[in-house]
Write a protein that binds this ligand. Structure first.
Ligand code: HSE
Length: 308
């Protein structure tokens, strides 16, 4: 059995407009690399972090906390070193903490001969995610581990459903280089929802799930609306409305806040449309003076993977 493994842990989009805290999908070419190594020295040791300034103490690091949760359950007769090569900026809204949280447990599981299934890995990773967002949610973790679209049916007990990905679906993501802390973006949300809005939201959510099962792109377009969270959080994202309008005008099926923002996701049918959307939203943001990155990616149906 191997003693060291290198992995790619992907970025993800949570919420997907009308699926706050339950729906997410996995991105293809954006993510972190991590190396997990078995050691004689017991415990979890984070030995390298590149890219961003994050804590080395396992108890304070998202990857460390999820690793410790699994380590305590597995009681292995070895320890683990973790190296994190972080490409996803923390606070970007594309699952930075989730990528770290799943990376450590996925790698350890491989090195231990896969004692745990994907749902169990997600369960350990929830502990790490909770360190960052102050709340146990799995809508970024599940797509990072399973790939494609996932629906978190329940957190306790944890139940994850895999939703099919239409073949021709592409995401265009814009990431304005400002930071929004998930915990703060959660704190501004009202605790209660008007019944009228709830009805609209669950109708859209149900039809979005149906549209993914049936590859019905028109129905995806009609379903990608969020009347509950977007009105509050969009105020935190400069030029949100202009980006959304430009994306839809240039062929996107819809757009929304990616996770807790500031990234904005759009979905398009076909690569050509996704590229046109990229150009349109680049144009909006290039006039703002705010630095930003944009990405076009196919939906990643594989999820986290081994690199060596
Ligand atoms: N569902 C979570 C939120 C995802 O929107 O707060 C953020 O990681």
């Amino acid at each position: 059995m191997k003693n060291e493994i290198k992995i790619f842990s992907p970025a993800t989009v949570a919420n997907v407009a009308c699926g706050f805290d339950v729906l997410g999908f996995c991105l293809d070419n954006i993510g972190d690399d991590m190396v997990i190594r078995k050691t004689d020295k017991k415990g979890i040791h984070i030995t390298k972090i590149e890219g961003f300034d994050l804590p080395f103490e396992a108890e304070l690091n998202v990857a460390g906390v999820s690793a410790l949760a699994m380590y305590e359950a597995a009681q292995p007769d070895c320890g683990f070193e973790i190296e994190i090569y972080k490409n996803i900026k923390p606070g970007s809204g594309i699952g930075s903490s989730a990528a770290s949280a799943v990376g450590s447990v996925f790698g350890m599981n491989e090195l231990l001969g896969r004692p745990y299934n994907k749902t169990e890995l997600t369960q350990f990773a929830i502990k790490g995610e909770a360190l960052a967002s102050k709340c146990e949610h799995a809508d970024n973790l599940a797509p990072a581990i399973f790939g494609g679209f996932t629906l978190v049916k329940s957190v306790s007990p944890l139940e994850i459903l895999e939703i099919p990905t239409p073949e021709d679906l592409y995401a265009t993501i814009i990431h304005p280089q400002i930071e929004i802390k998930t915990s703060e973006a959660r704190a501004i949300l009202p605790k209660e929802v008007a019944l009228e809005n709830a009805i609209t939201q669950w109708a859209n959510f149900g039809s979005l799930i149906h549209s993914l099962h049936t590859s019905d792109y028109d129905l995806i377009q009609k379903s990608l609306h969020d009347v509950i969270v977007e009105p509050h959080r969009s105020k935190l994202i400069p030029h949100y409305k202009e980006v959304k309008e430009a994306a839809i005008q240039h062929g996107a099926l819809g757009a929304g806040i990616s996770g807790s923002g500031p990234s904005i996701f759009t979905l398009s049918k076909g690569l050509e449309n996704a590229k046109n959307v990229k150009e349109a939203i680049n144009k909006v943001y290039s006039e703002t003076g705010i630095t930003f990155e944009t990405h076009v990616t196919k939906i990643n149906t594989e999820g986290i993977k081994i690199l060596n």
